[in-house]
Design a protein around this ligand. Structure first.
Ligand code: C2E
Ligand code: MG
Ligand code: MG
Ligand code: MG
Length: 278
């Protein structure tokens, strides 16, 4: 009867909630263990000068070598890390691992300003506003011995949901160390051109959804958007990176728009070794 069916549905629902909850608890416990037992990896994806395709930097992207499930991408575990504040320790570990690896990188071909390739590291909004952020950054700089001018921190637009003055002050502290700042996934959510003007940001990373919308060859709305944002970023003195470049047609469009750098499968996938290892 109806009453009985309702009760059964309730039980099924409770069971599903319980399963999700227990899976999350297990995931969090295992991730914490991986963090302490050497189960995390950093992969590196090249960033190239658009037009010459010369790699000048690489972005550190965290992976989890899961004992049963194999190599996991951030989408499988970062949400849990974010919820539990484990992301702060995870980010700090990536800082050290990535900067230490990058300190040994060398560049073939045309040199960059510092003569050496740069490294990009992501920082979660939660870590950016955490009291230990600067201590974590300083420790990674010290342990690695890398020139801070070779380091760029990538913050996502979600940090812009927080107090703008707070974020601004933190970014200025980061920059005081000589470390650069990139605004990641630009154009996806909360960003506006006002934020771009008011925050001490060196680089804008155009989200790959725009790049994916570039039709090949012809004109498209995405082309006009990317062109406008690129011009504006340049007018504000920022460099522009296009994310998610997968085809030569996209690359050619981006070169024509005057975009400075590109990242994407066309130039290289994230890999355990950077293009600068030897
Ligand atoms: P993100 O910082 O925007 O990194 C770019 C993502 O796009 C990476 O995914 C990369 O593998 C992927 N990608 C690069 N080129 C292409 C392409 O041509 N096509 C497609 N379809 N995808 C491409 P991944 O490695 O899965 O990382 C996802 C996100 O996880 C990152 O997005 C970043 O927000 C976050 N993340 C990664 N590592 C860390 C970390 O150490 N700390 C923190 N807080 N977040 C991290
Ligand atoms: Mg990034
Ligand atoms: Mg991005
Ligand atoms: Mg992204």
């Amino acid at each position: 009867d109806a009453k009985r069916a309702g009760r059964d549905r309730g039980q099924v629902f409770d069971a599903a909630v319980h399963l999700r909850h227990s899976r999350r608890v297990t995931l969090e416990r295992d991730l914490r263990a991986a963090l302490h037992d050497g189960g995390l990896r950093v992969h590196f994806q090249p960033k190239v000068v658009l037009g010459s395709d010369l790699a000048v930097a690489a972005e550190a992207l965290v992976r989890w070598e899961h004992p049963q499930e194999g190599l996991l991408a951030p989408a499988a575990f970062l949400p849990v890390a974010e919820e539990s504040a484990l992301v702060v320790a995870l980010d700090a570990w990536v800082f050290e691992a990535a900067l230490t690896a990058a300190a040994a990188w060398r560049l073939d071909g045309r040199p960059t300003a510092s003569g050496l390739p740069a490294v990009n590291v992501n920082v979660s909004g939660r870590h950016l506003t955490h009291p230990d952020l600067l201590a974590h950054l300083d420790r990674a700089l010290e342990v690695s011995g890398i020139d801070p001018a070779r380091v760029e921190l990538e913050v996502t637009e979600t940090v812009l949901l927080r107090d703008l003055d707070d974020v601004r002050a933190i970014l200025l502290d980061v920059r005081e160390r000589g470390v650069r700042i990139a605004l990641d996934d630009f154009g996806t959510g909360y960003s506006s051109l006002t934020w771009l003007q008011r925050l001490p940001v060196d680089t804008v990373k155009l989200d790959r959804s725009f790049v994916g919308d570039l039709l090949s060859p012809g004109r498209s709305p995405a082309l006009d958007i990317l062109g406008s944002v690129t011009d504006l970023a340049h007018a504000l003195g920022k460099q522009v990176v296009a994310e998610g470049v997968e085809t030569r047609a996209q690359r050619d469009h981006l070169v024509a728009l005057g975009c400075d750098f590109g990242q994407g499968y066309l130039f290289g996938r994230p890999q355990p070794a950077s293009p600068f290892d030897r």
